[in-house]
Design a protein around this ligand. Structure first.
Ligand code: NAD
Ligand code: UDP
Length: 335
């Protein structure tokens, strides 16, 4: 298949591109490089030994999208492009709605105009908001607690209405839990600018000696060790979930489906730090500080639906996640 990956130069997009290339698909990456760098193309080439078609553009440029969809004979789109920092979305809601929601509308216009109606969308477990029960299945009520999550929910609703309006669309919504880890090669991974907001990249930098200690945001939660529990999923498993979703869309009638992509297993902050220390062989100093505003105690998926309908399940362990992230972090230090 010819697959367009919006946001394809980013963390999850680049891993998915590597897998699609390995599976013999042709990919086109479209990215404005607002949160990624062009160097990822060389690394994808090194991994796949394939030429990568890349378009530097913004998804709000509908005419560019139309040209790419037609010119590259695109069969399906995986829509990763988006802004994703929760804290920033609270400060800059207009930018978030414009980029994420208007960007998606622009993409849908271009797809409709060019008759490409197969779409996989990167959503997030954040659409569930505060869990009313665990594990979270897809029927759990939605109620995001920040503008970033709102953009994801709005986009899901738009996609549902679009699918209902024209019975030609094949749309899969993938609600990711906590993607972590890196490519086996050590060439692709998560390397946020500035001080990381998320736990795993923060821990990786402490292990590398680039930050002094991990701040554990609260140890008085109602969890086994008092620290927050999340469903961390290896980015390679997540990439495989996209392949499975494309396979599902190609063999089923048009429609709109929502899937959780998680492992079903939660780990605490303390367990994550211990696993990373074991994988890296480095000490990881930590200190308990106050809770982070807006955090919840526990969040993990019921991944049954993806297993049943997509034939997909996460296979890699917490040790795999930490070892691959450490390999990537170590390579960064060398380069
Ligand atoms: P990322 O920032 O690494 O990748 C997103 C890419 O989209 C970046 O390369 C960025 O330059 C590009 N982009 C952003 N706005 C664009 C625009 N208007 N036009 C063109 N390109 C644009 O993030 P990621 O972690 O790879 O996330 C991919 C998707 O998955 C995002 O939609 C994100 O919201 C979603 N998601 C991520 C996580 C996570 O924890 N990483 C969890 C749930 C959902
Ligand atoms: N966390 C932490 N210290 C950090 C970053 C995160 O203790 O420097 C905790 C956070 O409170 C949560 C877990 O680690 O319990 C995962 O946080 P992350 O930001 O990675 O993901 P999210 O909150 O989006 O699930």
């Amino acid at each position: 298949m010819n697959i367009l990956l919006t946001g394809g130069a980013g963390y999850i997009g680049s891993h998915t591109a590597a897998l699609l290339l390995r599976e013999g698909h042709d990919v086109t990456l479209l990215d404005n490089l607002s949160n990624s760098d062009i160097g990822v193309l060389d690394r994808l080439h090194a991994i796949s030994n394939r030429e990568i078609s890349f378009v530097q553009a913004d998804i709000r440029e509908t005419d560019v999208l139309e040209r790419v969809l037609v010119g590259n004979h695109i069969d399906a789109v995986i829509h990763f492009a988006g802004l994703k920092a929760v804290g920033e979305s609270v400060r800059l809601p207009i930018a978030y709605y414009d980029n994420n929601v208007n960007g998606t509308i622009s993409l849908l216009r271009a797809m409709q105009a060019t008759d490409v109606r197969t779409l996989v969308f990167s959503s997030s477990a954040t659409v569930y908001g505060d869990p009313k029960y665990l594990p979270l299945d897809e029927k759990h009520p939605t109620g995001p607690t920040n503008p970033y999550g709102q953009t994801k929910l709005h986009i899901e609703e738009i996609l549902r209405d679009v699918a209902a309006s024209e019975p030609l669309w094949k749309i899969a919504i993938l609600r990711y839990f906590n993607p972590v880890g890196a490519h086996d090669s050590g060439l692709l991974g998560e390397n946020p600018n500035g001080i990381p907001n998320n736990l795993m990249p923060f821990v990786a930098r402490v292990a590398a000696g680039k930050l002094p200690r991990v701040e554990i945001f609260g140890d008085d939660y109602d969890t086994a060790d008092g620290t927050g529990v999340r469903d961390y999923i290896h980015v390679a498993d997540l990439a495989a979930g996209h392949l499975a979703a494309l396979g599902y869309l190609s063999r089923t009638p048009p429609g709109y489906e929502v899937f959780n992509l998680g492992t079903g297993q939660g780990y605490s902050v303390k367990e994550m730090i211990a696993a990373f220390a074991a994988a890296s062989g480095r000490p990881i100093p930590s200190v308990v500080v106050g809770r982070r505003a807006g955090d919840i105690a526990s969040c993990y998926a019921d991944p049954t639906r993806a297993r049943t309908l997509l034939g997909w399940e996460a296979r890699l362990t917490l040790a795999d996640m930490c070892a691959s992230a450490w390999r990537f972090q170590s390579r960064l230090a060398e380069s």
